[in-house]
Write a protein that binds this ligand. Structure first.
Ligand code: GAR
Length: 196
């Protein structure tokens, strides 16, 4: 028995690639599709190299119609992973996938979350506020940006000499280390409950 995963990404897609590598040999996890709101996002190149289909869509198709929902249902997607995806997830998807949409955020929520807080902006804010530590948060997605129930957090230090780029690198390492394992654990629990 394996669960079908769709990954949404808006940018580089290094987390998407890391997840694809991690689950390549898995009997339980099948990453079947990459979706992006950006036709020129680098994640499409990664998907091509890794032989995973990728598609792009407009904001209207995503937010104002059932186009994406129907596509996910046609492909029998069980779980959605947001890996650097920047649009707010519409309610039709949230209702169709209750506790089955997981996001990764590059900070210790509830700090540095919400609309406009993504990627490099998060790390710049962390440095500007002289934080001593930051980290990652993996959480369920609900109707509000970055407010769904937290599944997992991990911390790393922020040094006084750090630039936002230094922080970004350290946070990315945490993401690569933990995100696949957290997804794997989540899926194991779903399969063990016989509630796939
Ligand atoms: C990741 O750090 C992810 O946590 C962040 O975007 C980056 C994407 O990197 N997500 C957000 O900021 C969402 N609010 P990647 O495209 O190389 O995986």
């Amino acid at each position: 028995m394996s669960l079908k995963i769709a990954i949404f990404a808006s940018g580089s897609g290094s987390n998407a690639e890391n997840l694809i590598h991690y689950f390549k040999q898995s009997k339980h996890v099948n990453i079947v599709l990459i979706l992006s709101n950006k036709p020129d996002a680098f994640v499409h190149k990664r998907a091509k190299k890794l032989h995973i289909p990728s598609i792009s869509f407009t904001k209207n198709q995503f937010s104002e119609s059932d186009y994406i929902l129907k596509l996910l249902q046609e492909k029998k997607i069980d779980l959605i992973i947001l890996a650097g995806f920047l649009l707010k997830v519409p309610t039709n998807l949230i209702h169709a996938y209750p506790n089955r949409i997981i996001n990764i955020h590059p900070a210790l929520l509830p700090k540095y979350g919400g609309k406009g807080m993504y990627g490099q902006y998060v790390h710049e804010a962390v440095v500007a506020h002289n934080e001593k530590e930051t980290g990652i948060t993996i959480h369920y997605v609900n109707e509000h940006y970055d407010e769904g129930t937290i599944i997992f957090q991990a911390k790393c230090a922020v040094l006084p000499t750090d630039t936002a780029d230094d922080v970004a690198k350290r946070v990315h390492q945490l993401e690569y280390e933990h995100f696949p394992k957290v997804v794997e654990k989540f899926i194991q629990e779903k399969l063990n409950n016989k509630n796939p």
